[in-house]
Design a protein around this ligand. Structure first.
Ligand code: NAX
Length: 325
């Protein structure tokens, strides 16, 4: 039996983690021969609810689940963690301005970045899901100077999966036939889901759908899908978000398939003229646990404008939390 891998999950009594934890414990992240220890972080007020989740985890009798740590102290949650899913965040309350939301979450991720820097495994891979995810990831990164910036990313995989699913349905093709969809920018309504390089059954997607549908319907539907789910379900996306978090981390560990790529929000190195130092969603390939931004894609004026709009939003978010960077 392999030694257990330690997986930290924050917001462990929330609705996304309620879908995520059971899949990790079942082996969906690391495979059927890899034991895991779950290290669960919550705020003090949610520890009672977390106890209930832990009871349910025990009641599944997962053979791979070798231990569960629950705590409200990031230094304990992240101690020796090999993977960290940062899902917990403060939601926007009544009367809260966007700037206030940015600030309150920035404070959380500054504390967690420092704790990861101090106690996590030196090769820890950190995925930020809690919103505003890109800027929270930037704060985490800047507060963890001893960790490799390559090992910190934010989640745009749900947006990517939404775009793949919508394109497949439009073409009447199986999801597995879709390749090379890209999400550029921020995990917000300014994101740009780009089909210019996408393939369906190896044929350019934009030869199979009409341009009006792409520009006037598809882009907006992907951008606003989160709100559409809330309107229908009365709650925000949870199982699909957990699935995306699992998929993001699995791809980061095991790599992208030959000929395809995924979308991850990572530290901009200036590729495609995007300001270095922002956490921006790019198309990436992954091999040996390292991502690389896909290079040399042709970008037309329409794409350029949307990519810039999202970049501008991320710059203004960065300015709002400048004191913590
Ligand atoms: P919930 O409100 O159900 O759960 C959040 C949990 O985080 C709560 O139990 C809360 O007590 C906990 N928490 C708050 N502050 C914490 C802290 N400092 N340390 C540890 N735990 C803390 O939200 P849920 O629906 O699970 O969503 C979680 C986050 O994911 C939200 O910020 C949400 O906006 C974000 N999302 C991000 C997505 C993405 O694609 N990047 C998509 C889904 C989701 O909307």
């Amino acid at each position: 039996m392999k030694p257990p891998v330690h997986i930290a999950v924050t917001g462990a009594a929330g609705q996304i983690t309620y879908a995520l934890l059971f899949r990790i414990a079942a082996g969906d992240l690391l495979g059927a021969d890899q034991p895991v220890v779950l290290r669960l972080l919550e705020v003090p007020a949610a520890m009672g609810g977390l106890d209930g989740v832990v009871m349910e985890l025990h009641d599944c009798a997962f053979p791979l689940l070798h231990g569960i740590v629950t705590t409200d102290d990031p230094q304990i949650a992240f101690a020796g963690a090999h993977y960290a899913f940062l899902v917990g965040a403060t939601p926007r309350g009544p009367g809260m301005e966007r700037k206030d939301l940015l600030q309150v979450n920035a404070d959380i991720f500054a504390v967690q970045g420092k704790a990861l820097n101090a106690v996590a495994d030196r090769a820890v891979k950190i995925l930020v899901v809690g919103n505003p995810a890109n800027t929270n990831a930037l704060i985490t990164l800047r507060n963890a100077p001893d960790l490799n910036p390559q090992n910190i990313s934010a989640m745009t995989r749900l947006d990517h999966n939404r775009a793949v699913g919508m394109l497949a349905r439009r073409c009447g093709a199986p999801v597995a036939a879709v390749q090379r969809v890209s999400i550029w920018g921020n995990h917000s309504t300014t994101q740009y889901p780009d089909l210019n390089h996408a393939l369906v059954d190896g044929v350019p997607a934009l030869e199979q759908v009409d341009e009006t549908w792409y520009r006037e319907q598809f882009i907006g539907e992907v951008q606003k899908r989160g709100a559409t789910v809330i309107a229908a379900r009365g709650k925000s996306s949870a199982a699909s978000a957990a699935n995306a978090a699992l998929g993001h981390m699995r791809t980061w560990i095991f790599g992208t398939p030959a000929g395809d790529w995924t979308s991850m929000s990572v530290l901009s190195d200036g590729s495609y003229g995007i300001a270095p130092g922002l956490i921006y969603s790019f198309p990436v390939t992954v091999s040996n646990g390292r991502y690389a931004i896909v290079q040399n894609l042709s970008i037309d004026d329409f794409s350029r404008r949307l990519m810039r709009d999202s970049e501008d939003e991320l710059k203004s978010e960065r300015e709002a939390v400048a004191g913590l960077l």
